[in-house]
Write a protein that binds this ligand. Structure first.
Ligand code: ATR
Length: 303
């Protein structure tokens, strides 16, 4: 159930000395679908850290108030999802360096009345690709499709992983050019127009567009796929995404969704909040069984 802060404000009992679990929430709109509470509860069991993690439906124009209210009522930290990541960045007193570069924040916490923020989506993506799927980014040629907030949030982490080259392409080419310029001091990144992609070759292809949400495909030439490449859709769903199916039909070796990225970004956030490392792999496996029943790879995703 999404939590409405305006409706749940209660006076606390001054004689209730029982230690309360640490309070966390994820805020977004929509929020019902969020798996973050389940993920953090599993991390809580792994680490033996007692916590309460709710869902909060943020109202347009009400984000700042909801965060301030959560802080005032003793909350420890929030995860922030669509469409509030930019507002979360703007609200931070102390954004991390990588949050500054991303212009977005997905993890907030409070210390001495100040709001701290970080963005863990990029680490989540890189850890999922490298640790969970066993694909090294180092010295590989990587294509990322899209140039919105989601892509901006992961570029630094991808460049830090040491690709031979990171190519950004987007339906609106100017936005890809802007991103490449913004990140060029962090590694070998270049914007390429969609129609010129067949002149390049890629080991890893990442879909960071919002197209899968609308069950649409970005108009990249099918030549970007071949029997040796690994394809990653940053979206996840109960079924393989349209992009995964298309890539496999065009001959990609393996195509996976972004469920592991979701869990890994949460693990990185858990580490920031609690100073404890947790294992993402068992949580991904449990969610895969209970929620996204399809397995990664060509066998089921290609059907
Ligand atoms: P997000 O924060 O999810 O990245 P966004 O900032 O609105 O959302 O960016 C959406 C991205 O998905 C953009 O790169 C957008 O391309 P444009 O910049 O050309 O708008 C891309 N996108 C959305 N729908 C798409 C579609 N059907 N085909 C190709 N790209 C699409």
């Amino acid at each position: 159930m999404a939590q409405d802060f305006t409706a749940t404000m209660t006076m606390s009992d001054p004689f209730d000395f029982k230690p309360k679990p640490l309070q966390f929430t994820v805020i977004g709109n929509p929020i019902e679908h969020s798996l973050s509470p389940q993920i953090h509860q599993q991390f809580s069991q792994q680490s033996n850290i007692k916590l309460e993690y709710t869902k909060t439906l943020g109202e347009p124009g009400g984000f700042n108030q909801a965060v301030q209210h959560f802080m005032a009522s003793g909350g420890k930290g929030l995860n922030v999802t669509v469409p509030f990541k930019l507002e979360a960045y703007a609200l931070c007193d102390q954004p991390s360096e990588r949050a500054r570069l991303a212009g977005a924040v997905n993890t907030l916490w409070f210390d001495a009345g100040e709001i701290y923020g970080d963005v863990t989506d990029g680490i989540g993506l890189v850890r999922d690709i490298e640790r969970n799927h066993g694909v090294s980014i180092k010295d590989r040629r990587v294509l990322i499709i899209g140039a919105g907030g989601a892509v901006r949030g992961v570029l630094q982490a991808l460049l830090d992983a040491g690709p031979q080259e990171l190519i950004v392409c987007n339906r609106t080419h100017g936005k890809a050019l802007d991103l490449a310029e913004l990140f060029v001091s962090h590694g070998p990144i270049r914007a390429v127009e969609m129609k010129l992609l067949p002149e390049e070759s890629f080991d890893i292809v990442i879909n960071g567009t919002a197209a899968s949400l609308g069950n649409a495909l970005p108009a990249v030439p099918a030549d970007v796929f071949h029997e040796l490449n690994f394809v990653y859709d940053m979206m996840y769903a109960q079924q393989p995404t349209i992009f995964m199916k298309w890539a496999l039909n065009q001959g990609a070796k393996k195509a996976v969704d972004g469920l592991g990225m979701l869990v890994e970004q949460a693990a990185a956030g858990f580490e920031i909040w609690h100073g404890v490392k947790v294992q993402a792999a068992p949580v991904i496996a449990a969610l895969r069984q209970n929620y996204c029943s399809h397995t990664d790879g060509s066998s089921s995703a290609g059907k």
